[in-house]
Design a protein around this ligand. Structure first.
Ligand SMILES: [Mg+2]
Length: 141
């Protein structure tokens, strides 16, 4: 379980440097700490997940608009992969479009979050999703 396995790991899949900086800052101040790996495109995310030497991340924070593979393509590939399909995926995107939301859940994401433009709100959202998935829920693996 989460509480027994240290440290927790988060994979951040985000191409925007500004959003990476903001998300890392939020995570570093979160109640439940984690080692964060950042990758900046979808193909690199899958490559990391399939070759990670230290075990799977406890949470993937996934942008949708990404170079090389979209977030939806990453999500579809993860959910089709027996080893990756149970990893919690929180989509965090600038989009709030209904078709993006629907597609995200159809592909098996655990939640869809629109990036707040307000700094404090952004930090709140990132810390909330981090604390929920790393500190609160019980997972099957
Ligand atoms: Mg992006």
């Amino acid at each position: 379980m989460n509480g027994l396995r240290q440290p927790r790991r988060v994979l951040l899949v985000e191409d925007s440097l500004a959003d990476i900086e903001l998300t890392l800052e939020a995570l570093s101040g979160a109640e439940f700490k984690s080692d964060v790996t950042t990758v900046r495109d979808g193909a690199a995310a899958l490559d990391f997940l399939r070759n990670t030497p230290d075990g799977y991340p406890d949470l993937v924070i996934l942008d949708l608009n990404l170079p090389r593979m979209t977030g939806h393509e990453v999500l579809a590939a993860m959910r089709a992969d027996k080893s990756l399909r149970l990893i919690p995926v929180a989509v965090l995107t600038t989009s709030s479009a209904a078709p993006d939301v629907a597609r995200t859940y159809e592909l098996g994401a655990n939640c869809f979050l629109t990036k707040p433009t307000d700094f404090d709100r952004f930090v709140f959202v990132v810390q909330s999703v981090n604390n929920f998935w790393l500190g609160l829920v019980r997972l099957p693996h």
